[in-house]
Structure formats: structure tokens, C-alpha cells
Design a protein around this ligand. Sequence first.
Ligand SMILES: CC(C)(COP(=O)(O)OP(=O)(O)OC[C@H]1O[C@@H](n2cnc3c(N)ncnc32)[C@H](O)[C@@H]1OP(=O)(O)O)[C@@H](O)C(=O)NCCC(=O)NCCS
Length: 504
Amino acid sequence: MSDSADKGKAPQRPDQGEDSGASNNKGSSSDKKNLPPKMIESLMEMNPALKNELASMPKDKAAEMLSNMDISQLLTGLSVGGKNQKDMASYKFWQTQPVPHFNDDKSKEAITQGPIKIIKPDEVPKTPGPLVEGFEWCTLDLTDPEELKELYELLNNHYVEDDNAMFRFSYSQSFLHWALMSPGWKKEWHVGVRATKSRKLVASICGVPTELRVRGERIKVTEINFLCIHKKLRSKRLTPVLIKEITRRCYLNGIYQAIYTGGVILPTPISSCRYYHRSLDWLKLYEVGFSPLPHGSTKARQITKNHLPEKTSTPGLRPMETKDIDAVFDLLERYMLRFDLNQAFNREEIEHWLVYKETEGKEQVVWSYVVEDPETHKITDFVSFYNLESTVIDNSKHKEVRAAYLYYYATETAFTGDTKALKERLLLLMNDALICAKKARFDVFNALTLHDNPLFLEQLKFGAGDGQLHFYLYNYRAVPVPGGINDKNQPDEKKMGGVGVVML
Ligand SMILES: CC(C)(COP(=O)(O)OP(=O)(O)OC[C@H]1O[C@@H](n2cnc3c(N)ncnc32)[C@H](O)[C@@H]1OP(=O)(O)O)[C@@H](O)C(=O)NCCC(=O)NCCS
């Protein structure tokens, strides 16, 4: 795997040369040569086996092969001719794991949904596997501010960057506290590797428990996140060792499935979504190199184009409070059931993930708003976003970009069965979310093509990003679910209803 291919979960920049995203990626599905070269290039990066395969062919034959593949084949790593053995064989670690292979029969009839391997608890090793000499396993105690800080520092210096190494995710300590100590969290699932002599934390992989519904089937899973290896220890096959260790610890706790996401193609995504970005402070994004100045436009025009009203316009919109938990829980639960892959929250989780409580020494991580009907006082809608800053790696003027990420939302309008009405409602609600984020000093608002997002992304001036996010299930087979994008990698209303999970 090339280093750059590993970084797609990143604070990716909007597609270069694109203004509000959609316009440049035209081309019918029968003429794939119209894919922009940059997109083909990044798709190739995500699928190294295919890249190698094409490189060994005469140029015209490779071009012809490429033109016969659709984007979903490129994205999910299917190789030329549909044989794929070569692709799977190149995943030395993942081919040994209980995950669907690229060449598994994709027809709906052939896929029996469910666990791939039945785990016998008494066969799970009671002690960790060996680590290379000089390093040892540790369990992080994130209730200890010192250890929380150590994880923060590892991630702050070594976690996900964009392909051009201009931005790196910077999860705050408050964020890590929120993300890793959710209801039911287990200390043993905060796994670290330390250098034996210096005690320095050099790698991490973490998980928290939750429940998913996959086409109505409820499964207990670990949500895996924060896989990170110190830059000096890369390409030494430490990742498989970390994954095996957290898997062992999950198995010991009776959890046999997991969900994880990444920008890199692995066997085999259950879905793939695309990142979209809405500028809130266009000039700053331009100055840090995140937003390009579209050909033929001017800075002034871009600033005007991205201008937002001062005030929100949904009657009854206000910050969510503890008293709204039951109403939001009920609304979100019904809304989530509309998606093939969704998170089965309990009440405690709703409180943890959505209600901001001011605490001394902690920064605000999540912003949630409800719409209370002014007459009936019923909660009819809610929307939330979280704060994830990125460090600007080499810029004299700006040190960080404050990004708001769209989190969970729901609206009663979704149950009317009237897509036009839903679209109108979401345009109103999301425009208000943008205004709230701007007021909270965010520079950019990011969203994926999951949930009902294809209904509003382009109209609200979100630009297409160059990042793709793939969703994976561990030890669970299911027919892939749509990710809100079509075979031209554009948001598509006909491809909604698949992904209903937001991973941090
Ligand atoms: C991702 C990262 C841990 C990979 O480390 P590495 O040193 O490049 O890779 P290693 O030599 O340890 O391991 C290679 C194996 O890990 C797999 N791998 C690489 N990235 C992976 C990921 N994000 N998730 C799961 N497996 C991954 C590779 O596919 C390969 O297995 P294979 O032979 O079956 O193909 C490292 O690049 C890193 O810390 N990057 C910054 C943070 C990051 O991107 N984290 C992942 C967020 S989704």
C-alpha cells in the first residue's frame, strides 16, 4: 500500500479546479474516459493491484480496459476482467481475515447475510501475540489526563493527513474523551504500543462498543478508530499486529463483529461515500491552500458566493437540551430505520453523543439543535455537527482549520413519503446548520453522501471533495449498501437509503 493511499479519511481538499463540485465530473457511464485524470489517478492510488496490472499492459489496451470499468468497480478494487485473484493475493494480511473477498459472488441471492467465522470463546488466546523486540503492549488509561495527552500527541503528530501533506487531523483531548469514553466503553479496547526503553507511545488502535442494524439484523459491534503508527515505524507490518490484538480483546469480551472506515481500499467495502465541503470562511480556506480559486472567478466573487445570512430561518430552532433527549431518541430511531446500515442507539448514547454539557477545562465538541414546533411544542427536527480541527502543516498565517462535520439529524418530514417536501425541509434545516456553524467560528462544513445528504449538498454549495470514505464490517457478510453516489461519483437521490452511520 502506498503511503498516500492510506490517507483518504483525511481532511481532503475539494477537487482542484472545481467550483461547487459537481460541474466538472460530467461524462456518461458508457464513456468512462471522461473521468477527470485526477480522479482516475486517485482511484488508481486506492487500488494498487489494478494500477500494477494496467502498468504492465500496452497503453492503448490499458485505456480501453479502464473505459470498460465503472467507477464502483474501480472503487471496490475489482480488477480487470473481474478475476480479482491478483487483488486479493496482494492483501497479505487481509486475505487471512474474516472479511468478504473481492471475488465473492456479489449477487444478492448468493450472499447469506451474517457472521463469516464462528468464534469459539475458549479458543481465543488469553495473552497478546508477540511484538517486535524493543516494544511492548499497553492499555491506555484515558481517565488519566497524562495518558489522554499522550494519545493526543501521538495522533496530533502522526495521524491522518491529506495526500499532499498540507493538513493533518487534530483531534482535541476533549474530542478523544468524548469519542472513546462513550456508554459501555472498555479500557482494554484502548490499545497502545510503547517503546520499552523510553516508554514513548508509538502506536494506537481503539474501539468503543455499540450496536448496528444491517438490513434489520441487530449486531453488537466494536467501532474501531484511531489506528495510528508513529511515522518512523511505518511499513513494518505493525498494523496487522495491532488489528489482531484489538480483535482478540473484542473476542474475549464476546464481541465478534466490528465496523471501521478508511480512505484506503481494503477487502471489501460494504459501502463507499464521498466527502463534500461547504466553505464558511472562503478566504481563509483559500489562504491555507484548501480551496482553489476557480478558473475565471475572483476572490470577491467567491466570498459573496459563500455568504450566509446572519440569522437562521427555521421557526423554533434552538440548541438541544437534556429535556429533549426522549423526543430526539424517538425521532432519530424512526429516521435511522430508513437506512440499510444504521446505528441502534440507546437513550444513554443519545445523551452522550448529542447533548453538550459545559464542563470546566473541556472544549465543546458537539453542537446539536432541535426544532420545537412553536404551537404544539413537539420536536419535529434535529441536526448536529461536531468539531474536528486540522493542523495546517506549513503556513505562516494560519495554524489550524476549524471544520464542522455533519453528524446525526432527523426530521418528521422524512416520514411523509414526499421526497420533494423532505428536500425542501432539509435545505432549510441544513442552511441553518451552516449558519450556526459559521457563528461558532467554523471555517468549513464537511459532509459525506450518506443519510439523505444528496438532497441538499449541491444546492447548498457544498463542493465535491477528492476524498472517499469506505465503510467496512469485520467478520460479517452482507450485500453492499448504496453510499449516495452513482457511477460517476456524483451525489444521487436514487442511491440513498444505504449508509445511516456516521463514524468519527
Ligand atoms: C494506516 C497506518 C497505520 C498503516 O501503517 P503502515 O506502516 O503503512 O502499514 P503496515 O506495514 O503496518 O501494515 C500494512 C498492512 O496494513 C493494511 N492497512 C493499511 N492501512 C490500513 C487501514 N487504514 N486500515 C486497515 N488496514 C490497513 C495494509 O493493507 C497492509 O495489509 P495487507 O498486506 O493485507 O494489504 C499508518 O500509515 C498510519 O498511522 N497512518 C496515519 C493514520 C491513518 O491513516 N490511520 C488510518 C485511519 S482510517
